[in-house]
Design a protein around this ligand. Sequence first.
Ligand code: GRG
Length: 290
Amino acid sequence: MLNDLSKIAKQTNSFLKKYLNKQKYSGLIYPMSYGLFPGGKKIRSKILVDIGKIFNVNNEHLIIIGAAVECIHAYSLIHDDLPCMDNDLTRRGKPSMHVKFDEATAVLAGNSLLALAFEILSNKKLKIKEKTKNILIEKLSKCAGHAGIAGGQFLDLDYEKKNIPFKKIIDMQLKKTGKLFEYCSSVPAIIKNSNDKKIKTFEAIGSDLGLLFQISDDLIDYKGDSKKVGKKTKKDNKLGKATLISLLGYKKTVIYSEKLREKIQKKIMKYGQRSKNLSETINYILERSK
Ligand code: GRG
């Protein structure tokens, strides 16, 4: 298990619990909590914190931004499981949101988590410069929308049971999964007011990390240890999903993922000891699929 992943997960959950407790009561608070807790690994927050270490960013800020990202991520999983999307009955080791409640509740709790993410980012608890905050809010909106996660999911569904070429599969995965990783990887550079070149460098590292994570997720689905991931596996093949495995086969996909890992490790090597945690996270992402 990765060094401080569970510590980051605890800090993120603790922030989110306190934040939800302070909300005015509504019938959606319970379903929203169901979608957030105990929650998943918090790998996106971990990447924020790891890269925050390279830039020496205040951890408290990163936990709050990570909490916002985790709300969007939780939302995407709730909608991903809906019958009109991937129709999954289990998530994070328990019944999916629409199974536990109903479809309308899953749609509305998901939407509420998306809104909550932006409420958290714009809240005064996040004590960073207003100008930086605006940049972070604008960037996260773009990552979540049609050019990001929602657009990627649209392609994922559109590509089912079709022969999709390599470039299009990668583009879809970079949107569906890569965009949130890209976001998390660039936040520390943005907070430190780095130049565009540096921000772009870390966005590219994030895209690669997201792609690596998605490929690893696909490999796990292919190998099929459902206990390990808390959701049904061997689903991609049944649904006719366009993945690197469906295009290249299992072995070639493993080779591709190993090369991608090497590429990212090389890129971060120059940060020396400060990138040690990130380097461990990169290895963890791929080791999970073995
Ligand atoms: C606009 C946010 C938004 C969503 C609407 C439904 C949808 C469009 C997008 C779904 C995108 C999706 C499900 C991508 C898959 C990403 C992925 C590999 C998820 C698994 O992430 P983990 O393993 O999950 O980090 P845990 O449970 O650990 O948090």
